[in-house]
Design a protein around this ligand. Sequence first.
Ligand code: CMC
Length: 431
Amino acid sequence: MAESKKSATLTLDGKSYDLPLYAPTLGPSVLDIRKLYAEADVFTFDPGFTSTAACESAITYIDGDQGELLHRGYPIEQLAEKSSYLELCFLLLYGELPTAAQLADFKGRVTRHTMVHEQMHYFFRGFRRDSHPMATMVGVVGAMSAFYHDSLDINDPWQREVAAIRMIAKLPTIAAMAYKYSIGQPFVYPKNSLDYAGNFLHMCFSVPAEDYVVDPVLSKAMDRIMMLHADHEQNASTSTVRLAGSSGANPFACIAAGIACLWGPAHGGANQACLEMLREIGTVDRIPEFIARAKDKDDPFRLMGFGHRVYKNFDPRAKVMKESADEVLGLMGIENNPTLQVAKELERIALEDEYFVSKKLYPNVDFYSGIILDAMGFPTSMFTPIFALSRTVGWISQWKEMIGEKNQKIGRPRQLYVGQKKRDYVDLKHR
Ligand code: CMC
């Protein structure tokens, strides 16, 4: 636990209460209110957790004003340029960059866990052919607890480790299977000679009838997309995983809960919603109409891929993603892609508009990712599953961190009750 050298005093009904104040390694100080209810008989009110730290964590740090994202202290820009997804997974899980031998061992362990239990193939067939791949993933990942009984004991560190490796290894396989199932093609088994991102492209795009060669440019772009989504401290889906895990639920059930939460359009579902919006706008001349709608209080429409709870300057992931979009589309010779043109112009206009400037609304990670995934050949329904498989390492690292804590408690928020006072039941004939 962080050390408390200072405290703040709360005065309520003439009584004073000392609240310890912790100094984090980075970021604002944190007031400890844990004893407040027992001592002062009051709760605090913070729906949406805008001012509440729900846990201690040493994994990821975000400075929203500076547009800074650090994983174990390393800036995302440096990682995206110099590292790789599996190296980042190691860093997030174990806290330090691996040595060459550690990385080789880790890659080997992940690679050898990429196949799923053969019986899982039958499980997929229970879903309707037109199921959204996210719906299939929530079900299949939850069902992993029915297949891998030897990694369910959360009190055994080795089983926690095996569950983590299994999920990092198998989520791409499950996402690819969900995709293949939705388009009526046979499942493609993983190939150990390929790297993590290349193997995912192989499982999505190859068919048994002909050879498929993974394009190294696309594989690198895929790896970078995975890195940019790997972890993002206590966002909604990660908090969901932690809350589910706090009851002692098994890790597969917890990750399934995280996938369900990620699906919403305000969170991971925004990448699909954003590309659909860009396509609906269609041409640059229609942008003002959509900007006007986004500003209209009576219209629920929002510019998808814009705004963030924490980033109030820029989203550093969006910067890297934009560079990647230019690179990938350029290399594919489709830099004049009309969707990219609309995106760039929309970004330019919104960044100059008083509404967006005053509310500090900037493009987020989802703004450009869909354009790259679309160019690679993924349908929009696969965008959020790709976010989910990339974020799995973040969820599992945060879950492991929580389970490893000495005094870990079940998460149990309180409420500001505004319902009826106690009253007597009225018989049906008297109502
Ligand atoms: N378009 C138009 N207005 C917006 C937008 C937007 N995209 N985002 C926020 N606003 C306005 C909002 O109407 C509000 O105005 P007012 O103060 O007049 O009521 C103000 O800005 C603050 O918005 P908020 O909803 O209170 O902010 P929040 O921190 O609760 O929400 C957000 C953050 C990301 C949910 C929101 O910006 C949003 O819905 N964006 C679109 C969806 C999106 O792109 N989500 C992906 C987020 S990044 C990846 C991830 O986390 O998964």
